[in-house]
Design a binder for this molecule. Sequence first.
Ligand SMILES: CC(C)(COP(=O)(O)OP(=O)(O)OC[C@H]1O[C@@H](n2cnc3c(N)ncnc32)[C@H](O)[C@@H]1OP(=O)(O)O)[C@@H](O)C(=O)NCCC(=O)NCCS
Length: 210
Amino acid sequence: MTDPFIRPYRTTDRADVAEICVRTAAAGGDARGIYSDDLLMPDVYALPYVDHSPDLAWVVEHHGRASGYIISVADTQAFADWWARAWTPGFVARHPAVGPATGRNPDYTEAQLLYDGTDPQRMVRGLRHDELTTHPAHLHIDLLPELQRRGLGARLIDTLRTALAERAVPGVHLGYAAENTAARLFYDRYGFKELPSSTPHSPLLGIATT
Ligand SMILES: CC(C)(COP(=O)(O)OP(=O)(O)OC[C@H]1O[C@@H](n2cnc3c(N)ncnc32)[C@H](O)[C@@H]1OP(=O)(O)O)[C@@H](O)C(=O)NCCC(=O)NCCS
């Protein structure tokens, strides 16, 4: 049995990435069954990233399949523009209607999630100060439960920061669900700081790449 290891993303990891996303999307916990389609969350928070920037994505391979990832884009504004052109049409075709409310996640309704899938400028609007200049990249990181607390999250962030620094990207930011207190402890411990645009409801953290 081999230990989990980090390697660059491959297009054959795409379905695993979608599954990791939905299994960690309820403030770090399993979101399967919360929305009418388990692919809705990945279609907003994972798949556009690996399709747009497969070279800025890494997975943790464990027992022959991807079981964790870090995914990112170097330029959030360019990504939002690409999304409007290249992602929204397919997204709308795949998710044409609001599904029945499950009532299991009143903080993030299906209608809101569907709207977010067609509103990529939300990623830019939230940055009201100069974060697009200081921290133009952003990331998502998720590990299945069996891979958590083994130091892999910190190593994935190290890997991404090195790659971004090589591209002369000065900083990276992220948003997280305010109720995900475990993730906040991880980011604090790693060295992320709250950004000027952060709010209690939509916390934003950032770190320089070097
Ligand atoms: C959050 C996450 C990416 C952290 O990655 P990880 O590999 O589990 O974290 P690491 O093992 O690198 O942890 C480094 C340090 O961060 C802190 N930390 C990490 N997870 C923590 C937790 N659940 N509670 C408290 N502190 C935590 C600890 O100080 C830890 O060091 P220690 O284990 O020596 O005490 C991972 O746990 C995860 O994917 N969780 C579920 C999905 C999620 O919440 N993603 C983030 C969405 S914004």
